[in-house]
Design a protein around this ligand. Sequence first.
Ligand SMILES: Cc1cc2nc3c(=O)[nH]c(=O)nc-3n(C[C@H](O)[C@H](O)[C@H](O)COP(=O)(O)OP(=O)(O)OC[C@H]3O[C@@H](n4cnc5c(N)ncnc54)[C@H](O)[C@@H]3O)c2cc1C
Length: 381
Amino acid sequence: MDFSLTREQELIKKLAQQFAENELEPVAEKVDHDHVFPEENFKKMASLGFTGIGVPSQYGGCDGGTLEKVIAVSEFAKKCMASAAILSIHLIAPQAINKYGNEEQKQRFLPKLTKGGALGAFALTEPNAGSDAGAAKTTAIYDPETDEYILNGTKCFISGGSRAEVLIIFALTQPEKGLKGMSAIIVEKGTLGFSTGKIESKMGLAGSETAELVFEDCRVPASNLLGKEGKGFKIAMEALDGARVGVGAQAVGVAEEAIDLSIKYSKERIQFGKPIAKLQGIQWYIADMATKTLAAKTLVQYAAYLEDVGKPFSQEAAMCKLNASENARFVTNLALQIHGGYGYMKDYPLERMYRDAKITEIYEGTSEIHKVVISRAVMSK
Ligand SMILES: Cc1cc2nc3c(=O)[nH]c(=O)nc-3n(C[C@H](O)[C@H](O)[C@H](O)COP(=O)(O)OP(=O)(O)OC[C@H]3O[C@@H](n4cnc5c(N)ncnc54)[C@H](O)[C@@H]3O)c2cc1C
């Protein structure tokens, strides 16, 4: 068993670390405070190749796989969770098009999503279809006269929804078949009949915009069907498996940073005539935080490894996401506690990290849904 990174992975880690320190950290507080999407940083991510991870170079990508994504996303999450989430969620679209798209679709959409600076989005959730994605009502009815799909319906909570230039929309092409009638359709920004509605105001992850998408007789060429008709739910679930490893990576990154900040602070903060790092209570907090975070990181990397070598990994993706997200909440909570009253103040990044970490237990499947997935998998053996 070899846990070491390859030379290339070490280089990606170093590049991501430098980018996070030099570009993301300086604006993380402003991005959170002003609720602004870090447009410039996203463009820089594209120019450095991060937005094309997992896509072959012939389509503008930079190759690599899930482990490379995990490395980059974790490094970003240390300094700015919103930016890590933006990258992690963006990658779902180019990777899905690379996996399920035909050659024409790859040529058309991938270069802009990889090196072109265009943001991708993945739209499954609807107002009445969250955990129960099968209750989705958005339709995409084929019109043989024009060879187009006509989309009608509303998606909600879509990350990057109003900014994304290429969106993968899950809609019922044969509503009478329910889940078996769901298909994945690529919709481009600016398509007539597609608009964005409410932009959510959130507890955290402020730089990652969360939008409502509205489709009103939105006509899309039939050539934008991703994969086969009726295979949308399968595509969504497979894409979410990979995405969950990405959320695990976000959760690990924010936890690692919270530990580093806690160690530094506890060595500097003097109470009762000595650094609080000398107190056994604080030391035990740090020991728990470090142990659980290494375990979380290892499980995330294991799930990434399974995906990269082409083995089944749905169960491990759910496990790593469940574990890493619960750990991120545990660690950021203790880190804030170690910082005492200062941790509660906006002068320190802890309160932002604590708010940002919470989302990892909710999006791309809640913890409860992951327990359903995991128990089903392990108990059916
Ligand atoms: C910031 C943010 C960004 C998001 N980005 C995207 C995106 O880009 N694309 C996208 O498609 N979606 C996105 N989502 C949606 C997200 O994936 C859903 O919010 C999530 O899946 C939960 O759905 P829900 O909010 O409808 O909660 P519900 O499904 O209504 O769940 C409510 C509660 O009931 C529990 N519950 C539900 N079913 C079960 C069950 N069977 N067993 C036990 N407990 C259960 C849940 O765990 C939860 O605690 C985003 C959400 C947020 C908050």
